[in-house]
Write a protein that binds this ligand. Structure first.
Ligand SMILES: NC(=O)c1ccc[n+]([C@@H]2O[C@H](COP(=O)([O-])OP(=O)(O)OC[C@H]3O[C@@H](n4cnc5c(N)ncnc54)[C@H](O)[C@@H]3O)[C@@H](O)[C@H]2O)c1
Length: 300
């Protein structure tokens, strides 16, 4: 597929793009800064500028597309990752503005240009634990997609608004728009540096509900969304099978979220940030469980 990818120069996007290239897709990266991936051109463009989004979505990806002499080919899909990725990078109002206006612009341009598949990056923070003022408990566990999301911060709120924007445009157009509530993204080199610390201090992962998503497995989830047509508007948690913790799940829940009801039985290490839906609906099979990278090191 010919894919328009925003935010591909960032932490998550560069791995997702590499995964998509490995599956044979062609990708145009659209970002404020370039990415160093062979075979990928970056068009420098700002998602908060609607005109730039419409224009970029009718662009060649590279010089080789000039050769056919048949004009600009159409994009098959838009993957929208560009954002201010958390609070405390910009003032709150700017985080909200860039994320909501940017997402509106990207989805509107894609729908009006009749691109049939749109995937947007939402976030685990919509569940309202991550950037809450004070320690808050979820209403229930595991965290699943039908949860009544209620963040109290500008970033989480921007992602909830983006999900509504996606839902509204889907209803208007009938195209497929899937929102990925992405868990805490872990790059390959981060297992050894971060996880041993997390295991010694599990409390630091409470706000993430102990979730993680391997950046390459996130690429797989994006690709599965590209392949799966006809679902309309969907929200998917994008996380790995297990918690990023060594403590078993029920104990983790009792210790860090006391009194929070479990809505169903959970397996010994099953993620409290549930990925059941991507496994059952999209056929996700994780390739990069943390145990492949950390367990040997823990035994040393
Ligand atoms: N990293 C995580 O743990 C995590 C978790 C949940 C959700 N997410 C979401 O996943 C997506 C990617 O996150 P990331 O960690 O790779 O973030 P990142 O900051 O590393 O990458 C975001 C990219 O967006 C680009 N960008 C920002 N503003 C832009 C604008 N106005 N126009 C064009 N490009 C712009 C940046 O230049 C950057 O390359 C984001 O939507 C983020 O909210 C990330």
């Amino acid at each position: 597929m010919r894919i328009f990818f925003t935010g591909g120069s960032g932490k998550a996007g560069k791995h997702a793009i590499q995964y998509l290239l490995d599956q044979g897709h062609q990708v145009l990266n659209v970002d404020l800064k370039p990415v160093d991936i062979p075979g990928v051109n970056t068009l420098i463009a700002d998602i908060t500028d609607s005109g730039q989004m419409f224009n970029a979505m009718t662009s060649y990806t590279w010089f080789d597309e000039l050769e056919a002499g048949t004009g600009v080919p159409k994009f098959d899909a838009v993957v929208h990752f560009a954002a201010v990725p958390r609070i405390l990078i910009n003032p709150d109002n700017e985080t909200f503005r860039v994320n909501t206006v940017g997402t509106y612009n990207v989805i509107e341009a894609a729908v009006k240009l009749e691109i049939k598949k749109i995937i947007i990056a939402s976030s685990e923070t919509t569940y309202g634990i991550c950037f809450s003022d004070g320690q808050t408990n979820p209403k229930s566990l595991p965290l699943e997609e039908d949860y009544d999301v209620d963040p109290m911060d500008s970033y989480g709120l921007s992602k909830v608004v983006n999900e509504q924007t996606a839902r509204s445009f889907q209803r208007r157009s009938g195209v497929d728009i899937y929102a990925l509530r992405i868990g805490n993204v872990i790059e390959p080199h981060e297992y050894e540096t971060l996880f041993p610390y997390y295991f010694k201090h599990p409390e630091v992962r409470r706000r993430n509900a102990f979730c993680y998503i391997d950046a390459r497995d996130l690429g797989q989830i994006v690709d599965l969304c590209l392949q799966k047509d006809g679902l309309g508007y969907q929200v998917f948690n994008a996380g790995n099978d297990h918690n990023g913790a060594i403590i078993p799940s029920k104990e983790l829940a009792e210790r860090f979220f006391p009194g929070v009801p479990l809505t169903r039985d959970i397996k010994e290490h099953e993620a409290l940030f549930s990925n059941r839906k991507i496994r059952e609906v999209l056929g996700f099979k994780e390739q990069h469980n943390w145990r492949m990278y950390v367990e040997g090191m823990m035994k040393k």
